[in-house]
Write a protein that binds this ligand. Sequence first.
Ligand code: ADP
Length: 424
Amino acid sequence: MRIAVLTSGGDSAGMNPAVRAVVKAGITKGCEVYVIREGYEGLVRGNTAPPRPHRKVHRNLPAERLAHFGDDSLLKNLSFGDGPALREGAGDAEEDEQESGTLKGRHIVRVGWDDVRGWMGEGGTFIGSARSAAFRTPEGRLAAAHNLIKEGIDGLVVCGGDGSLTGADRLRAEWPDLVKQLLSSNQITQDQATTYAHLKISGLVGSIDNDMALTDMTIGAPTALHRICEAIDNINSTAASHSRAFVVEVMGRHCGWLALMAGVSAGADYVFIPEQPPKSQPWEEEMCEVIRRHREVGKRKTIVIVAEGAHDRDLNPIKADKVKDVLTEVLKLDTRVTTLGHTQRGGRPVAMDRILPTLQGIDAVNALLEATPDQPSYMIGIHENKILRIPLVDAVKQTQAVAAAIEARDFATAMSLRDPEFEQ
Ligand code: ADP
């Protein structure tokens, strides 16, 4: 079997270990493994140039190690000087030409065992991630299907957030029709149409937000949470020294998991999350009452965490600056705002973001190898410490149901969809 792996949507720590696991598990099981650069954008663009015979080899790599790699090898083409950017023919100015952040010519590249060596502890995604408008169009998905068939790939692992997995599910659902279209326009042969009648897909959830339904944890969330905790620990010392209040805005889109868990880990005074807005409307007095009480029992510092998607019961956004104004004006606290921004995304994956993608990456490959045409595509999740396969379509549907419940101001449903054991 020929399998390919891509990373898509917002990057997260743990994507590199996920790609590493898929590559190594695939090779172990006898597959030919490819990586697709720049997410779906690379899949739509495909390979428009033949594999280039390799001309330049990085000085630091001993010749005996390079002997293991094919001409199309990633490692042969890594540009170590600039960090681990993947560049075919790195060092040749004319070959380094880029187009909207992606390399022209080749996006689907065969990889070997050693190509992913050392990727376990590296943040972000070396094979690149992108948001692809083209893949949202029928023409883009037709081009993507054509490129997969041209390269002889019949199994795809997608590591990304709910958007990317929605896209994967769409590609799978449309696949028979796409094959028909390619056949009727003579872009593929009848033999190819028969051989590639089914595309097998496995989804890995790479998202710092931990916002995917039906799985306990997403790849990247533990690292992001760790970064937030470190930042709040740093803030704590200055807050306590000056008896200040800090309002910390954290990521998470429509999901409050990062904010809530950071609140628990850092001993925050108050947390705003999208799924469970403050009970009273307006919310200001409810928050001030809690913080006033904490101050009265001798607390010298105040930490309020605001999820980026936080809002009140009427869905009016609650922003960090507004919270700061309330703390300053009502409680007369010397208050500062810290927006953690992209520091939450980056950096080395914590241990959990190495273990989880490794176990899930292996199962993603097993799921492709075991897939039958009548089975759904699976998202590889984790529940109560067990790696599980969940029909991709169910996970995507339930994730969308949470957003819809919030939109409808049905916060009880939003919380119970996130956590069935949650009691209001
Ligand atoms: P994430 O995967 O982190 O949630 P996005 O929502 O931006 O990030 O999705 C990443 C990419 O997945 C998009 O740029 C697009 O190419 C693809 N995608 C998302 N939703 C769909 C969809 N409904 N149909 C087809 N492709 C989609």
